[in-house]
Design a protein around this ligand. Sequence first.
Ligand code: SF4
Length: 694
Amino acid sequence: NQALTASTVKTTCPYCGVGCGVLATPQRDGSVTIAGDPDHPANFGRLCSKGSALGETLSLDGRLLHPEIADRRVTWDEALDHVANGFMSAINTFGPQSVAIYGSGQLLTEDYYLANKLMKGFIGAANIDTNSRLCMASSVAGHKRAFGSDTVPGNYEDLEQADLIVLVGSNLGWCHPVLYQRIVAARAARPDMKVVLIDPRRTVSADIADLHLPVSPDGDSALFVGLLAHLDHAGVTDSDYISAYTNGFEAALLTAEDWSVERVAVATGLAPSAITRFYDLFARTRKVVTVYSQGVNQSAAGTDKVNAIINCHLATGRIGRPGMGPFSVTGQPNAMGGREAGGLANMLAAHMDFTPEAVDRVGRFWGSANVAQGPGLKAVDLFAAMARGEIKAVWIMATNPVDSLPEADAIRAALKACPLVVVSDMNRHTDTMDLAHIRFPAAGWGEKNGTVTNSERRISRQRPFLALPGEARPDWWIIREVAKRLGHGHAFGYESPAEIFAEHVALSAFENGGSRDFDLSALMDADYETLVPVQWPVRARPTARMFGDGKFFTPDGKARFLPIQPPPPFAPAPGTFILNTGRVRDHWHTMTRTGKAARLAAHLAEPFVEIHPADANLRGIHRASLVRLSNQHGTAMVRALITDRQQRGHLFVPMHWTDQFASNGRVDALVPGKTDPVSGQPALKMAQVHAEPV
Ligand code: SF4
């Protein structure tokens, strides 16, 4: 623990959606001491390995420190004029749908707000999507189908108060480590607390699980559909709650009735006894939180899986109450803030959709008669349109789609074919930045000033403690300057992120009257500089939990059950493996920050493939030897990690390594661009590949 000094700045970790508070203290020798903020309600002083190594990632090595056009250093004016002229030319010649922005859950809410306002409010097209589409779009869609709004009902305290925590498709131990630590501590204090892990892999999170269900890929859908039927048979559904606060239970149950334990066993690959054990535990435990993450979301059936989980909580009235509820934990630091600002192509702004009323309302608020009338292209569709030549100019901010989107080689080809590629980033070289025609040097963590929202709806401040290096500028400033040059200066006259946040607050409250979940009206007069972490909605006061009163944001105020039909089991072609992708403990996304810290790199030094010993033996793959993975989309070369944590017939490869860090280690080159039909989220955990020794 670190004593607060005069130079200590309270800020927020830039990595995962836990949103831990950080104390950053610059030292005389230029280093920065990092500690967890004991007052922040997300972490109470804890940090994980990534957060605690933040001070080792602040060097200027590899930074882009001035604007560039075609590899040539230019002035800001030249670069900004060039981008504005390029966008204007495309819009005038091919229309507003020919341009796009692809952003990131790493952006701050103020950056998001301006990018969204520029694209949807003044360019007049909604082609602004972000890497949040890869992260939690299925949760957004599932929330909206069930609740009428994209609302996470609970909070982190629920994880400590629950008697049963069900982790679904979530390696919380590595991907949200501080939440995991909170559960471990709560379990030590209350040993009767139970944990069930539902995951095809036996991850580190299994270490605290009383029951691990190694479900087959996408089998979690059938598991929760069968659970709904079991809850009804067990007589633990809450008929008063169902009739007072919900619609559609009978139809959902009718579909679920077809899913006996025996049928669920076939669909999930689980033993009937294990399924029954889980069902009985869920049925007899009142305080249940179901935590789900990318194993649920990153699926072609992701939205249905989310609703299958929510159905079980609605049926038992276990939602919005202490220690109860479905809980989507977001991957990124500001995936939720981006949603609030409207940073997805199918959202308008401030949790409003493209209804005629909302378009009119937002147009009046922004003073624009040119607001986009309908949704734009979602991430995978956006790059497919680019490959077809329909996108003439794209501006990518704070993300690396050449490595992180599915069919990554096709994404690289699409960008190579795009007439104007603009990239804002901290780093001079990323696999995406290397394809840019124009490079904007963006400010990074420690230099930027703004807000982020974590997985429990808590808005926290990111504050600067370092000077802007070279000619780097904050993203909001760069967006403002381009907006001015596109002729929208009257609506983009901001001088600080505080002004942008104030407008974001005002829009959330504009003609709201409690009709929309996202409402910051009580922050109208809040002091931005001293803003303390606060959970939205903030009307009279912050809201710790939603829906405990049974009021939802659907037209009739009732929650909706969805009848869910699980997908058929995935049968890979003979001789191929099912490839799963995900995170490791000490790296973040495409390693542009964590790759700088030697102690983080020491955890797992190179890309690897987890393979079951029997499969490795059959294929002649030896421990630590090189393995070539291939399919019709691409290839990757990775080191064999032989482990029985992996099921037979399945492989796991981490998502982090890029051409920068390991030649031919880009696993997303192998992932097909298949998406969930409702959310548009790609199925990043389900590829089919060949594996052979090199
Ligand atoms: Fe940062 Fe997440 Fe670790 Fe907290 S748990 S320190 S937010 S990476």
